[in-house]
Design a protein around this ligand. Structure first.
Ligand SMILES: C[S@@+](CC[C@H](N)C(=O)[O-])C[C@H]1O[C@@H](n2cnc3c(N)ncnc32)[C@H](O)[C@@H]1O
Length: 504
């Protein structure tokens, strides 16, 4: 069984070359003209629209002030205010096409979702000119191509390169490359296409059409009323009462017999009350709320940079699960759902997490991968599921920093069917020290105690307790079986420490 993850030298070289190109783009305008829009489209796509706009505004407005500080009119307060207002308007107009893309593109099907940015990148400056707010350089055919290139590249990245994506993407990349060659060699674009006025009006018209279309086609949310199997598994995490779905003013919510109300927000039933978010759960929740949008991409970029094979990385622990077609599978602390990709199709997936932002991105991922899962906002220490509801229960990557690890483990056991194998995997102290403390020091320094595999917290009576050290001691995977009957729990085997790595 592999305990290290395969390294991939060629991917590592490509990853470093691409990252270097993006870094160079910050200093060389000719490169930045291409890498800047790609970064912009990627970034707004990872954020809620308002937050994305505000962040990009800060990234655009302040550097532009520093770049042009010599022009700042210190002598006259009236001129200074005028100068600042114009700079703010310019920054806002520069970002608006990206925000338009963020709002409209998720509602468009397939490849058409690449169009809002190029259209808006031309339409918004053209409208600004028409309204005499001409502070953004006017855009033409070249802008369409560069921004379409950016939107397509990000679309391909998000689709994780299916064949059609690669084909369509290659078309746009080719068109953009030809245009660039034409630009640098002085060869003109075909006259009709090069006529900026025609392109302006065309872009305004189509952007308007797509914007209106998107308003009437919101992303469809899950309807819970017809998910009987999922509802049957639910119970109040506070009273244990069973739950039913009702609809009030067009919004679904879960009601318990004792009158508890659990709202459904953005398609996700909410079993977390503000007063339950305390201690370490609260502290680390801030982190996940912040990074939820690019949690996947952090792994997709850093793994090749470090030369790690991402698939090996996930399979190192997912291979330990016992999953059969038709099984009901629960992942507590599901995050953005990355582990679901490594489960066989034909299982019923359920995920629970403490972070709305991670779950929102899990929904996006599931749509991209054409997968379906019941997602819940809640605390892994008080699960909203009935006893013995799932064939497979597992947890990856959060338990080290839970408020109460023992309670979370007891809850996993409670909701697992008798005889099922449970998996708990997380980073070791070595990883936390070498990676997290260096990268995110303030979050991980001054911990109460070093992290350790919670083998001592597995209740007596669990069978086949087994601890494995993975990825050169950076990760641990703990598995154990819930006994078939309560009798066998009493005669449970002692923990099998043969392969245990207590250093985990
Ligand atoms: C490192 S991520 C792992 C996500 C996912 N399991 C994976 O392997 O990609 C840790 C996750 O644990 C969640 N989490 C932390 N404390 C939790 C708690 N008490 N209950 C439920 N989820 C929690 C965080 O919100 C975050 O999504």
């Amino acid at each position: 069984m592999p305990s290290t993850v395969r390294s991939d030298r060629s991917s590592q070289i490509i990853a470093w070359a691409i990252v270097s190109l993006f870094i160079v783009g910050n200093f060389l305008p000719v490169v930045g003209a291409w890498t800047g829009p790609v970064t912009g489209v990627w970034f707004v796509g990872t954020q809620k629209p308002r937050r994305g706009f505000l962040w990009l505004f800060v990234f655009t407005f302040f550097p532009s002030l520093f770049a042009d500080w010599r022009k700042f009119p210190l002598d006259n307060p009236g001129h200074a205010i005028q100068y600042l207002s114009l700079a703010m308007l310019t920054a806002a107009l520069t970002i608006l096409p990206l925000t338009f893309h963020r709002l409209v593109s998720p509602r468009l099907p397939g490849f058409s979702s690449t169009l809002p940015f190029p259209l808006a990148a031309v339409a918004i400056p053209a409208l600004a000119l028409a309204l005499r707010a001409g502070v953004v350089p006017q855009a033409g055919p070249r802008t369409v191509l560069i921004s379409w290139f950016a939107a397509t590249l990000v679309w391909m990245w998000n689709r994780e390169s299916h064949a059609t994506t690669a084909f369509l993407g290659a078309g746009v990349v080719l068109a953009t490359a030809l245009e660039s060659i034409a630009h640098f060699t002085g060869v003109a674009l075909p006259a009709a296409f090069a006529n900026a006025m025609v392109v302006d009006y065309l872009c305004i018209g189509v952007a308007l059409f797509l914007g209106i279309w998107a308003i009437f086609h919101p992303v469809r949310e899950r309807n819970w009323a017809d998910r009987r199997e999922a509802i049957a598994r639910l119970q109040s995490p506070f009273t244990g009462d069973s739950l039913r779905v009702v609809s009030e003013l067009g919004h679904e919510l879960f009601l318990s017999n004792s009158g508890e109300r659990f709202p459904v927000r953005n398609g996700i039933p909410t079993f977390l009350r503000p007063q339950d978010l305390t201690g370490d759960n609260r502290k680390y929740n801030h982190l996940y709320e912040l990074i939820g949008g690019f949690y996947n991409d952090i792994q997709r970029v850093f793994s090749p940079l470090k030369g790690l094979d991402l698939e090996d990385y996930f399979l190192s622990y997912m291979r330990l699960l016992e999953v059969r077609t038709g099984d009901a599978v629960l992942e507590t602390s599901v995050g953005t759902g990355l582990n679901f990709k490594y489960l066989p199709r034909g299982v019923k997936l359920t995920g629970l997490d403490l972070s709305p932002e991670m779950l929102a991105n899990c929904q996006v991922n599931l749509r991209r991968w054409e997968m379906d899962a019941d997602l819940f906002l809640g605390n892994a220490e008080t699960l909203p599921f009935a006893d013995a509801s799932f064939d497979v229960v597992f947890h990856v990557g959060g338990i080290n920093f839970f408020n109460d690890r023992a309670k979370a483990i007891r809850e996993m056991i409670r909701v697992a069917k008798p005889g099922s194998l449970l998996l708990i995997a997380d980073e070791t102290e070595k990883h936390v020290k070498e990676v997290y403390e260096k990268g995110l020091g303030s979050f991980y320094k001054n911990r109460k105690e070093p992290v350790s595999a919670p083998i001592d917290l597995v209740p007596p009576g669990m069978q086949e307790v087994h601890l494995e050290s993975l990825r050169s001691g950076m990760f641990y995977a703990l598995t154990f079986r819930k006994p078939i009957s309560s009798d066998s729990a009493n005669t449970a085997l002692k923990p099998d420490m043969a392969d245990c790595s207590r250093g985990a």
